[in-house]
Design a binder for this molecule. Structure first.
Ligand code: GLN
Length: 534
């Protein structure tokens, strides 16, 4: 079968959950046996979100092949289990960059370079790029932002052209809009949806399917009205009501036939609608888990989306341990020696979060000291691991001035130091140690046990600093052990204190690899320990 393209656009407002709808549709098509991939095209000008502050754009997700991407790629992977690549995340910046580089090489042979056709051609090429490397039955492309945005225009023009070139059997548009409820009038309002579809039509794109985000149930009458105003069939007007969990969205979409309508429109046989099997089991287990385990998240970003993958990984592991994980965000900037007991003592476990820069690190160090000396299960991730190491150096090894050279370049005890190959780097974007690297686990370690005694694992990275091997022997002698090393560079990737219940820090980010059907073994083991520690 030739690759078919489904475009997901959004109108009326941002944050309607296009990413979740894209991931859900991908999941449903997979359930029918199709091979799919999902990609995100973001109209902003940054080359990638790697240099963006999490307050701007939430978490930066990292693919196995080392691309820093939008957090929606995390949803795609968690829902579908696919592994995305650098070609699944494209921004306006990357599009322009390749066009400009080509122009500088003289490849355009003296032509004037314009948005149409040069930028739009490059967008079209990128949309189809994944399918030139590997066969996919469906490529789902989510367009970031909303259709009215100035910077979205070239993307919509590219979609319009592609739909024309590929034809209706191979290209389809699903448009997500919002139906607000006006409490004073007691009414649901369809006008914003009508206007948004008109706007899309004005750009030459007739959506085949509409997904209406709403906080209230939409009547058949209302759906019919939308269908008539928007040139869409009634059964192609689907509602996406608020649900208790994002993981219920695929079930809701399947019930209303989102996948079925897409197949029908593209001329494919429907066949049997299979139930979601293990996914359904996950949901029932999630619903029946009533016992709660309280886990603290020590970080500096006071924003849910900044730690998206960690929250989801904890939730997956909670479900498979038949518990609800209740996370408590503790702002590390406000943690002091005086109040740390009050802030952390009631928790069954603590995650010390990743991050960059000075702000909030002293609080993380105080938290690491408290959980180490009170034997509270602790999971340090990336910067979190580095703070565990610094704390141990200061309070156990007695190096009061121990630090990371990220925070204090002149510290005499740089137990965390910049990696050799990072020293000469001056460009900040995309130059960290990024993506999957092998890690050889130390046999007999806690981490090795948690990974089911695997000798070698592959995990994703995003950092410039690293454990300083000069201190390794001293750490090990005093009880903090190295439990995993990168074999080619001999970098310490995992530290642990085996004498404690669970005190493990990883230089890598296991949270990027936990999926609904395959929770991550380290999170599973951590949450199980927290439950025993309640
Ligand atoms: N700032 C640290 C480093 O660059 C940790 C990065 C992170 O937590 N992702 O090494």
């Amino acid at each position: 079968m030739d690759t078919k393209y489904i475009f997901i656009t959004g109108g009326v407002a941002s944050s309607l959950g296009k990413g979740i709808i894209s991931a859900s549709l991908g999941k449903l098509l997979q359930t029918r046996g199709y091979k799919i991939t999902i990609q995100k095209f973001d109209p902003y000008i940054n080359i990638d979100p790697g240099t963006l502050n999490p307050y701007e754009h939430g978490e930066c997700y990292v693919t196995m092949d080392g691309m820093e991407t939008d957090l929606d790629l995390g949803h795609y992977e968690r829902f579908t289990g696919i592994q995305t690549t650098r070609d699944n995340s494209v921004t306006t910046g990357r599009i322009y960059m390749s066009v400009i580089e080509r122009e500088r090489r003289g490849n355009y042979l003296g032509k004037t370079i314009q948005v149409v056709p040069h930028i739009t051609d490059e967008i079209k090429r990128r949309i189809q790029l994944n399918a030139t490397k590997e066969h996919f039955d469906f490529v789902i492309t989510e367009i970031g932002g909303t259709i009215g945005d100035i910077e979205s225009q070239p993307f919509l023009e590219a979609i319009r052209q592609l739909r024309w070139e590929l034809g209706p059997q191979r290209a389809l548009n699903v448009h997500l809009t919002y139906v607000p409820y006006l409490a004073a009038a007691g009414e649901l309002k369809t006008k914003p949806t009508q206007t948004s579809v008109k706007q899309l039509q004005g750009l030459g794109i007739q959506p085949e399917v509409l997904v209406l985000r709403t906080e209230h149930n939409l009547s058949d009458e209302l759906r019919t009205k939308v269908a008539h105003f928007c040139n869409v069939e009634v059964d192609a007007v689907i509602q996406s009501q608020d649900l208790p969990s994002i993981y219920e969205v695929p079930i809701n979409m399947q019930r209303q036939g989102l996948d079925a309508i897409c197949l029908k429109k593209m001329g494919l046989d429907l066949g049997e609608t299979l139930d979601l099997g293990p996914w359904q089991d996950f949901l029932s287990r999630r619903k029946s888990a009533s016992a709660v385990v309280n886990i603290g998240l020590v970080g500096k970003y006071d924003l849910q989306d900044a730690y998206k993958s960690i929250l989801e990984s904890l939730a997956h592991a909670g479900t498979y341990n038949d518990h609800k994980v209740k996370t408590h965000f503790i702002n590390s900037e406000h943690i002091t020696r005086e109040n740390v007991g009050e802030k952390l003592s009631g928790l069954a476990g603590v995650v010390i979060c990743p991050g960059f820069g000075q702000r909030g690190i002293e609080g993380k160090i105080v938290a690491a000291e408290y959980t180490r000396t009170h034997d509270i299960p602790t999971f340090g991730i990336c910067l979190g691991m580095q703070m565990m190491v610094i704390e141990f150096a200061r309070n156990v090894l007695g190096y009061a001035d121990a630090n990371s050279s990220e925070m204090d370049e002149t510290t005499p005890h740089n137990v965390i130091d910049i990696m050799e190959e990072q020293k000469t780097i001056t460009q900040m974007g995309g130059t960290m140690r990024l993506g999957g690297y092998e890690c050889a686990l130390v046999e007999g370690s806690r981490t090795w046990e948690a990974y089911g005694r695997k000798t070698s694992i592959m995990e994703r990275h995003r950092h410039r600093y690293e454990f300083n091997n000069r201190y390794l022997e001293e750490f090990e002698k005093n009880g903090m052990k190295c439990a995993g090393v990168n074999p080619s560079a001999n970098l310490v990737e995992i530290v642990e204190i085996p004498a404690l219940k669970w005190y493990i820090g990883t230089q890598f980010h296991p949270e990027y690899s936990s999926t609904v059907l395959h929770p991550h073994p380290l999170f599973m083991n951590f949450v199980a320990t927290c439950i025993r520690n309640k």
